[in-house]
Design a protein around this ligand. Structure first.
Ligand SMILES: [Zn+2]
Length: 421
């Protein structure tokens, strides 16, 4: 069967590239997003032709998810699988920097160029071809196979979370986002807004009375108080770097980035409000709730040591379901359980097609995989494409790599969905 699959995939290289060209032609750029109805319709029809029961719903208007399920012949006893991929692509920026068309597939020197080829329409095309070829080979799958084509990954608008909220589940899940065909878990990310706010608004002329001996006005600049908050965050970041480690990550990966600051109203006033937008990276053995608690506890201690902040508590707003609508996002972390039968089988299938052992480790970036893990589904990230290609000018994917990935995927689907729970 492995040889049959390998030869068949090689014969169908042109079809794979045609499929990828079709997907790249939909300019599903996010932000601005709200532009994925066309590509999702295309994927849904493809899945229907391959005998999948499909459903689709708007996560945001103009941005529907598509889920297709092919029922196994003995689904109660045999393992089910989710293959998850996002169909939005990163912003293009200055198109004139590109030497190839952005939304038209270009083949050159063994690579396929175009926005999304690497992140991650190449993997979606490979998935679609894989299920078609398994059908052509009349491969019986005893367990259920589920394809999730999701929106919103690029802007923290997890379409995957929406799938989890609807209860879609399986015994194992592959998020086929680019991992250079390594088997990955990931750290997590949460963004948050920290606000310092005065109850009163003071004119600039009052500043001397707020600062100087005998002034007798209890007030403060929210911007200056935010400097204490930032200093506190730096202390905590350093403390985390020194005290927390996780295998597969360079020490100090758990950063707190003061990314955006807004505040003050006018040069004629003392700033009565200041807002800081931070990005927090944490390790797979932590949750976003736990790191948020640590940050709040630490900053509340900083505030206690300041006579003004003590009376003007710091406000926090964590996470969010969209960088576009709410300026906030969460990517839960994903632990890696090397001993899980699904991980072991995937590593075995990888070794068989690639003729070299699989690398199991931690991603340097974040994907939607954390949402599947948080829903209790054993999950790994495993996909074609290199991290440095994602979001890049002249984005490309190695065609040979895409073919190899297709083969591994077919072998894995066949083995996993035909193994008993
Ligand atoms: Zn991606």
């Amino acid at each position: 069967m492995e040889n049959l699959i390998s030869n068949l995939v090689d014969e169908r290289q042109e079809e794979l590239l045609q499929l990828l060209a079709d997907l790249v032609r939909f300019p599903t750029v996010s932000p601005p997003a709200r532009n994925t109805a066309g590509v999702q319709q295309y994927i849904r029809e493809y899945l229907k032709r391959e005998k999948f029961e499909t459903s689709s719903w708007d996560v945001f208007p103009g941005d529907p998810n598509v889920v297709g399920i092919k029922r196994g012949t003995n689904g109660t006893r045999y393992n089910s699988l989710i293959i998850n991929g996002h169909i939005d692509v990163a912003e293009v920026g200055d198109e004139t920097e590109w030497t190839v068309p952005v939304f038209e597939l270009t083949e050159k020197d063994g690579f396929a160029y175009g926005r999304g080829t690497s992140d991650m329409k190449g993997a979606v095309a490979a998935t679609l071809l894989a299920i078609k070829l398994l059908n052509e080979l009349d491969v019986e799958l005893k367990g259920d196979l589920q394809i999730q084509a999701v929106i919103g990954e690029e802007a923290g608008e997890a379409g995957t979370l929406s799938c989890m909220e609807k209860g879609y589940t399986a015994d194992f899940a592959l998020v086929v986002d680019g991992s250079d065909r390594q088997i990955h878990g990931q750290g997590g990310v949460i963004t948050g807004w920290i606000t310092v706010k005065s109850k009163e608004v003071f004119h600039d002329a009052m500043r001397m009375s707020m600062l100087n001996a005998g002034g007798n006005v209890k007030g403060a600049s929210a911007i200056e108080k935010m400097m204490k908050v930032i200093a506190g965050l730096q202390d905590l970041e350093r403390h985390w770097a020194v005290t927390k480690q996780y295998p597969g990550f360079a020490p100090g990966t758990n950063t707190i980035n003061p990314a955006v600051i807004e505040g003050g109203r006018h040069a004629a006033f003392v700033a009565d409000e200041c807002r800081l937008w931070i990005t927090v990276h944490f390790y797979p053995n932590e949750t976003y709730q736990s790191v948020v608690n640590e940050i709040e506890e630490h900053l509340n201690h900083v505030a206690k040591a300041d006579p003004w902040l003590r009376d003007n508590p710091i406000h926090y707003k964590w996470g969010g379901k969209s960088m576009i609508e709410e300026r906030g996002e969460i990517f839960p972390a994903l632990e890696m359980n090397k001993d899980h039968v699904g991980v072991q089988l995937l590593a075995h299938c990888h070794e068989q097609t690639e003729k070299s052992p699989a690398t199991i480790g931690m991603s340097k970036t974040v994907t939607d995989a954390g949402w599947l893990g948080e829903a209790g589904i054993p999950t790994v990230i495993y996909g074609p494409g290199k991290l440095e290609e994602a979001h890049s000018v002249d984005e490309k994917i190695n065609i040979e790599e895409l073919l190899t990935f297709t083969k591994t995927l077919m072998v894995f689907i066949n083995r996993w969905c035909n193994s008993e729970k």
